[in-house]
Design a protein around this ligand. Sequence first.
Ligand SMILES: NC(=O)c1ccc[n+]([C@@H]2O[C@H](COP(=O)([O-])OP(=O)(O)OC[C@H]3O[C@@H](n4cnc5c(N)ncnc54)[C@H](OP(=O)(O)O)[C@@H]3O)[C@@H](O)[C@H]2O)c1
Length: 327
Amino acid sequence: MQYRELGRTGFRVSTVSFGAWAIGGTWGAVDDAESLAALHRAADQGVSFFDTADVYGDGRSERLLARLRKARREPIVVATKAGRRLDPHATAGYDRANLTAFVERSLRNLEVDALDLLQLHCPPTDLYYRPEVFGILDDLVQAGKLRFYGVSVERVEEALKAIEYPNVQSVQIIYNLFRQRPAELLFPEAARRKVGILARVPLASGLLTGKMSRQTRFAQDDHRAFNREGAAFDRGETFSGVDYDVGLAAVEEIRPLVPPGQTMAQLALRWIVMAEAVTCAIPGAKRPSQVDDNLAAADLPPVPEATMGALRGVYDRRIRPLVHQRW
Ligand SMILES: NC(=O)c1ccc[n+]([C@@H]2O[C@H](COP(=O)([O-])OP(=O)(O)OC[C@H]3O[C@@H](n4cnc5c(N)ncnc54)[C@H](OP(=O)(O)O)[C@@H]3O)[C@@H](O)[C@H]2O)c1
């Protein structure tokens, strides 16, 4: 396993870490025993960072992470998120009373006295023009409820605004072979300010493993069935906002570029950490075999320059015109 420091937090984070959305819910059926086995497999192999949210399975994901942490001796950083319990999900809801209540609930679910890293969970854009919200987060740090805070964003512009607040330690954003814009302006600026980058949806919801086809069927309670057009939340979170058939065609162009002995998931993850501004990729995994496949990416040699160029070509031709300026 390889490690990078997360911003100015002092956290030593595995470059391939763990995204714990799917083990909470909204991805078809999951089994807690299998989810816990996947979490332990990750920790066994040196994963030191786990990303979750209070809404993943309405706390189920956080509670699984509490069980993991209690069973392990090594230091484990858990990043959670707040904001999506608001209904309606509006900027005005990010007030002191609500944020404090969300934090207290996550503290109970995670069974800790202080949250390692709290991220605002993709709030509306205008929140980033409300310094008072960041003041509330500073107060929660002062009160010992949070060690650090950061943001999870939909758009590059939101991230650029967020990191103007001096105590924002991390930005979580979609960055993968189908979502390359963050590397242009955000990564240099985040590196300059020593802000960590958490690359989410690194496998484009599984498309970039190369296992899907037009015949693949998803359960009704899997967002890959019900959120392709953004019916429930931002459509960028499902297949990175790439039309499914377009994504499948791009995957077929990527397939011959996968180096012998590697899987497409490994290439996709190794490509992400080629960007030095990225602290880690946080692939979701539901079972130990997926963890094994994904974590092997961390120790692979760099992606060869010619492959980097060819992957860029696939993006430029097939994906860029559809998504580049949208997020
Ligand atoms: N708004 C936000 O802040 C936000 C939004 C989205 C995600 N996130 C975070 O980012 C993390 C990662 O994103 P994501 O989970 O949406 O997408 P992802 O990591 O791109 O895809 C994860 C899914 O791909 C499949 N998969 C993973 N590894 C595989 C492998 N080696 N072989 C075959 N299939 C594999 C699994 O689903 P199947 O087995 O069912 O195919 C898994 O659930 C989340 O868990 C969450 O922590 C945050």
